[in-house]
Design a protein around this ligand. Sequence first.
Ligand code: AMP
Length: 431
Amino acid sequence: MTSASLQASRGTRDIWGSEILLWQFLEQQARDILGRANYQEIRTPIFEATELFSRGIGEGTDIVNKEMYTFTDRGDRSLTLRPEGTAGVVRSLIEHKRLNQGVQRCWYQGAMFRYERPQAGRQRQFHQLGVEVFGSADPRADVEVMALAWEFLQALSLPGLTLELNSVGDPEDRQRYQAALVEYLTPYAQALDPDSQVRLTKNPLRIWDSKSPATQDILTAAPRLPAYLGSAAQAHFEQVQAGLTALGLTYTLNPRLVRGLDYYTRTAFEITTTDLGAQAAVGGGGRYDGLVQALGGTPTPAVGWAMGLERLVVLLQKQGETPAPRLDFYIVAQGEGTGILSLQISQMLRRQGFRVEIDLSNSALGKQLKRADKLGSHACVILGENEVQSQQIPVKWLATGVQEWVDFPAGFADDERWRQKFAAIPRPKGP
Ligand code: AMP
């Protein structure tokens, strides 16, 4: 392979330039909003034992059957790059015995890996932001996590979002429902799409996920899960809805929002957008009271969600949201002794909190000044041999073209002087 052919792997991409500012903005909003609700950030390893995911996500799911990046390491262990965040978080809380220490609230952010067919909004390495609450069966926990998701999306000012809500009941409700669904679908078995025919025996609830119009037609008159909720799940569902309403969150009931695995219980929700074409889901979550036990911990109720950050970034870009770069000083220098001076001045200004770049090109002054303009710097510090002698340094304000003389070092060390200058400049609220 020649070096010219090296490229990022299929389904992965580089994030850089103005896009990185959007990521930093997203991450800052998440940190602020989740921090105010006292959620603790957790960073778990990117790879884990394969068994964690086959048990935690479930044998029989697409992720486990077809999409995992699984490999054997040099010690002959089967490892997998995490395809989602929850399993690792649960493993960590069990391992560190945090689940018997009262309610635990955490959030995570990071890269996930799934071997999927790449397309717009779907990658093989992508990023999720997620929250989890462990140790509370209170419907307020469900409301809290949904409200935080909503608060976060509001902070990004994204229009066109819908919160879809359902309850998948308790496992015994689902069993009764599943029997009714199979009874209804069996006479139509031949007309279902091939995947759904397999699911009819293996995991009937997941037939609701089918994209086949014929299958969806058949489902139109199928029994709906909400009609099968037991009284406890029904009461929980009503309290969740009352909580959302009290907080002013609008939601749409979607009885088709169904999860096939046994450890999912009660609340299920998804946040969708009309602005992303086929990949309409921005995030989703719900209650999974059976998961901790499935992973070997003591039974612990839990609720959470995960959002796809790439999709949020695309939505921000569609809004024309490109945070302006904010360079305060650009230092141009040419001639004997100016190099050291440029280092000293940049250090002084940076210590006062300003964003400062030194021109390292050694090209003609005119060219260096052009670069200051191009970067949109507020001011340009101009260093030549005369300035090294006189210690009187020209600082040019690029918006007005006004130039002033500042004495070195005292003038540059004078915080108050610079603050007053910048107070008069409208500075974009960059990340
Ligand atoms: P899931 O863990 O499948 O419930 O996904 C949660 C969210 O992660 C989805 O709503 C998407 O926004 C995002 N997501 C899932 N898979 C991908 C992918 N392959 N590429 C980009 N985003 C994804």
